[in-house]
Design a protein around this ligand. Structure first.
Ligand code: NAD
Length: 498
């Protein structure tokens, strides 16, 4: 059986720890590989390599660094299909969906290619007589990224292109459930001309994470995953004096007003709810039907949920693949059962779905729950599966209050034909990313991605301008070049400009 190794200092390494974890093919349920699980020793080896590489990489020119990014971007284009298949085989999502995440991740590389523009400092001439001020930003050193299973290419790509282009060296600790994409990307960086040690991958679980959080040689940690772990990472890493960005879980509401085009809204909500089997942090998990929109909306959602084509991710025409693990499949199916006992109407029941030839795959079909209330577990928990809950309210303001009372604040959407309603909605919801007639409003790479409340711990969203800020430190320089024979007297009072 194949063993997936760490990638340290430019090549695969087995590490010293003999522990491994299974990597499944979610479409068949079969174990297809083992991944090595690193700990303190592997993290330390990676930090040593990354520290050595930082000495030269941080001194390389902006042009040298962006040239590597241009080459890396081109390799991502050329290998999109191959990488998409690797992701699909371990995650379960369709190959087209996997290619979509590669494209959205590649956009961050494109942002990094233009670093020369966004990294420009400012200059103030003659702030005092003969005195100028300018600022510039420098890299931090060795930085680390800890990432979730659901976007094994895109989420790390939110981090490392910006970290590396700004002159840092990087250690990625990807999810142990779908680890191969990280090594594939490491090899693309090598082919793009990135020096050894600038990008490293340490595989593992909690031991590897804890070693990263405590290692004195790591300056900053980027984390994306569930909220409890985001809180843990934020607390531990800040305790060890590191800069941290920590993005957590979500419960995303799509509000449908009576003036919305129901066919359009339901189509987009269906794709947002069941795409990638609901395993997206921006998945639509709650449809909030306002007033008389409700019955019509549920009728169209039901029809569309029944039409979703479920199957293995590499089969042409499949719209939704299996869940990532058997445990995830069981968790989602139990949640549907609990919703029924708590009083929700199970309009479409995805439980027990069997796909011919893939009877042991981790499949569950789309489920649609109506008459869900805020007390039910199906509303209170992040199910992270293909379950859409419908909540009925009377007014837009009630919908806004509902969203604001939810502990998560990642994404939300409003379907309406009213500009006034859209404006009121976007100004009043306590949510980081908002779509107006757009169900999954993931920002472009030159904006930053991040939620509010329990969806973002700390204060740093990811990529875009916030990414540049996160991976660099500013310096402000005040300069005077005194003219010969020109007297500048030194004063003992605190200096002010004149
Ligand atoms: P997870 O929190 O279980 O794992 C994320 C990372 O943390 C993995 O690398 C994992 O190995 C590590 N980890 C897990 N348990 C740990 C522990 N006890 N101690 C230390 N490290 C640990 O998340 P997941 O199941 O891989 O991904 C799904 C979650 O990620 C969902 O909650 C989803 O909403 C969230 N997510 C959020 C965003 C966002 O941008 N806000 C994006 C993608 C995913």
């Amino acid at each position: 059986m194949k063993t997936i190794q760490h990638w340290i200092d430019g090549s695969p390494v087995p590490g010293t720890d003999t522990d491994t974890a299974p990597v499944f093919d979610p479409a068949t349920g079969a174990e297809q590989a083992r991944v090595v699980l690193g700990g303190a020793a592997e993290v330390d080896t990676a930090v040593t390599a990354a520290t050595k590489a930082f000495a030269t990489w941080s001194e390389s020119s902006l042009t040298q660094r962006t040239q590597v990014m241009f080459a890396f971007r081109q390799l991502l284009v050329e290998h999109e299909q191959e990488l998409g298949r690797i992701i699909s085989a371990e995650h379960g999502k369709t190959v087209d969906d996997a290619r979509g995440e590669i494209v959205r991740g590649r956009e961050v590389v494109e942002f990094a290619c233009g670093l020369g523009d966004v990294l420009k400092g400012s200059f103030s001439d003659q702030v005092s007589r003969g005195v100028d001020v300018h600022d510039f930003r420098q890299p931090l050193g060795v930085v680390a990224g800890i990432t979730p299973f659901n976007f094994p290419a895109m989420v790390p790509l939110w981090m490392h292109p910006i970290a590396i282009a700004t002159g840092n060296t990087f250690i990625l600790k990807p999810s142990e459930r779908d680890p191969s994409a990280a090594n594939f990307v490491a090899d693309l960086y090598r082919k793009a001309g990135l020096p050894d040690g600038v990008f490293n991958v340490v595989h593992g679980g909690k031991d590897a994470v804890d070693a990263i959080l405590a290692h004195p040689g790591i300056e900053a940690v980027s984390f994306v995953g569930s909220t409890p772990i985001a809180k843990y990472v934020h607390e531990q890493a800040t305790t060890h004096g590191k800069r941290v960005q920590a993005l957590g879980g979500a419960k995303n509401h799509a509000v449908v007003l009576p003036d919305a085009d129901l066919e359009y809204a339901a189509g987009h909500i269906t794709a947002g709810a069941y795409g990638s089997a609901g395993e997206r942090c921006m998945a639509v998990s709650v449809a909030v039907a306002v007033g008389e929109a409700a019955d019509g909306l549920v009728a169209v959602l039901e029809r569309k949920a029944r039409e979703v084509k479920v199957g293995p991710g590499d089969r042409p025409g499949t719209e939704m693949g299996p869940l990532v693990t058997k445990a995830a499949q069981e968790r989602v199916e139990n949640a549907v059962a609990t919703a029924a006992t708590q009083g929700a109407t199970v309009v479409v029941d995805g439980r027990g779905l069997k796909i011919d030839g893939h009877e042991n795959g981790f499949f569950t079909g789309p489920s649609l729950l109506d008459h869900v209330t805020t007390e039910m577990d199906a509303y209170r928990q992040e199910l992270f599966g293909p379950v859409l809950a419908v909540i009925r309210v009377d007014t837009l303001d009630q919908a806004i209050d509902l969203i604001n009372a939810n502990p998560y604040g990642n994404g939300t959407a409003l379907f309406t034909a009213s500009g006034e309603a859209a404006r009121r909605f976007q100004r009043n919801v306590k949510i980081g990313m908002i779509g107006v007639n757009v169900p999954v409003p993931v920002p472009m790479s030159y904006y930053s991605f991040g939620g509010w409340k329990d969806s973002l711990i700390g204060d740093s969203p990811i990529h875009g301008p916030e990414g540049i800020r996160f991976y660099t430190r500013p310096k402000v320089v005040t300069t005077r070049w005194p003219q010969q024979n020109h007297q500048v007297t030194a004063g003992f009072a605190f200096p002010t400009s004149s």
